[in-house]
Design a protein around this ligand. Sequence first.
Ligand SMILES: Cc1cc2nc3c(=O)[nH]c(=O)nc-3n(C[C@H](O)[C@H](O)[C@H](O)COP(=O)(O)OP(=O)(O)OC[C@H]3O[C@@H](n4cnc5c(N)ncnc54)[C@H](O)[C@@H]3O)c2cc1C
Ligand SMILES: NC(=O)c1ccc[n+]([C@@H]2O[C@H](COP(=O)([O-])OP(=O)(O)OC[C@H]3O[C@@H](n4cnc5c(N)ncnc54)[C@H](O)[C@@H]3O)[C@@H](O)[C@H]2O)c1
Length: 461
Amino acid sequence: MSNFDLLVIGAGPGGYVAALRGAQLGLNVACVEKESALGGTCLRVGCIPSKALLESSELYEVAREEFAAHGIDADGLSLDLEKMLSRKDRVVTTLTRGIAGLFKKNKITHFQGQARFSGPGKVVVASADGEQTVEAKHIIIATGSKVAKLPGVEPDGQRIGTSTEALNYDKVPEHLVVIGGGVIGLELGSVWRRLGARVTVLEYLDRILPGIDAEVADAAFKVFKKQGLEFKLGCRVTGAQSKKKHARVEIDGQDPIECSQVLLCTGRVPMTDGLGLDTIGIAVDKRGRIPVTAGFQTAAEGVYAIGDVIEGPMLAHKAEEEGVACVERIATGYGHVDYNAIPSVAYTHPEIASVGKTEEQLKDEGIEYKTGKFAFMANGRAKALNQTEGFAKVLADAKTDRILGVHIFGARAGDLIAEAAAAMTFHASSEDLARTCHAHPTLSEVLKEAAMAVTSGAIHS
Ligand SMILES: Cc1cc2nc3c(=O)[nH]c(=O)nc-3n(C[C@H](O)[C@H](O)[C@H](O)COP(=O)(O)OP(=O)(O)OC[C@H]3O[C@@H](n4cnc5c(N)ncnc54)[C@H](O)[C@@H]3O)c2cc1C
Ligand SMILES: NC(=O)c1ccc[n+]([C@@H]2O[C@H](COP(=O)([O-])OP(=O)(O)OC[C@H]3O[C@@H](n4cnc5c(N)ncnc54)[C@H](O)[C@@H]3O)[C@@H](O)[C@H]2O)c1
């Protein structure tokens, strides 16, 4: 039986980062992961492979649609999907091996196998070689999430699949039906549309991207439609079946749709299957999440939980922040995550990025606010890039001018939002952002001018 200061269950962005921070802080750390590769959903079948394909498919589309405007002749352009997929696989392998290297360097003991609690402070690791019990003073559950089921839709891995299959189609689907107009649907729907598929997104709500500022989601919807994504809003999918030569998707009160491929992406749910939580007195809430205190402590003493398996946005960087804060609290007594300043990004083209409150949230909460907006169209760098769609919007408290939310739809929004997150972390006002000198010509000037528009007025509008 092995004994550790800290045992982490799950090696996703929450778990592997917690393990590394623990080792850096001098703890004797072990991490158990059931998959052969480290890195979790994010590195193996999530953030990283999807972004690799988004980049490749974007280059293909730009070469096809935009090179001519730059005076570049791209005649004879063709797609080698096999090569594109193997590049994506190489990116993943390099990164997952990188985590294994970091584990080694930091002397973290890595158990490969399925973990389950067998009692307080005790975890059984089951692998092909048998079972062993690992004991630890502190145990962090970082088991992540899995695809949410939709009644009547049974993924078969062939015609009906999840994001994992959609990262690996061996040919471009003729007609891909995406169930769910959330982040996965728009990112992976964009990939396959750019590569030549007809893509229809079926969304239950009357808008896409629930949770994103409505004005931004509406602007994005119009641009994505222009790009060729087809949408059916207000449309509840009730079933999907695989037939010999096609798949059939059933919609409440509407005609069914026949297509070549179905991508189910109607959300994810926490992953606690077979963990033996009952043996240590942990009960999940009605959404399957493990309840924790502000210090990530579960109902069982010495057992903590972080990442997708607890409340909050299911995002890799949120899991990482929690991993660091949880371990720092264990080792030093201090550790904190600023949940008001967690950015989120949809890697569509253009990107959609936000941090803080949406206008709808501010209205619901009765908070008075001022708005500043600036269009990419009026930015010199955006013009040079030929990427002039979208705008940035800064929301600031009407009385104190403190920034309450920033929403950007436009080129490189995912990178631009970092400045807004930093500003919000330091409780900056819109004037602080407006008076910060930004290099010219850069896209970051869009954010500066949006901040100026809150009070003194933007220069270039
Ligand atoms: C297609 C897709 C794209 C995404 N893109 C982004 C993005 O661009 N940006 C972003 O921020 N987020 C993205 N996400 C979400 C992101 O992947 C998750 O929020 C993140 O991975 C959560 O980290 P985690 O450590 O909590 O869990 P996970 O990454 O899910 O890791 C949990 C790990 O625990 C292991 N495990 C589970 N149970 C056991 C057990 N009993 N024993 C041993 N091991 C176990 C699992 O095998 C897994 O490796 C994406 C998700 C998907 C599906
Ligand atoms: N770039 C990123 O940060 C990124 C990328 C991918 C995934 N993720 C994370 O992964 C998680 C899962 O993503 P997702 O896109 O699966 O979920 P999501 O929650 O973002 O979107 C699911 C969508 O499906 C719709 N829906 C639900 N039931 C339906 C039905 N019966 N018929 C039609 N539509 C229906 C919902 O209204 C919603 O719009 C998200 O929480 C997200 O945070 C993040």
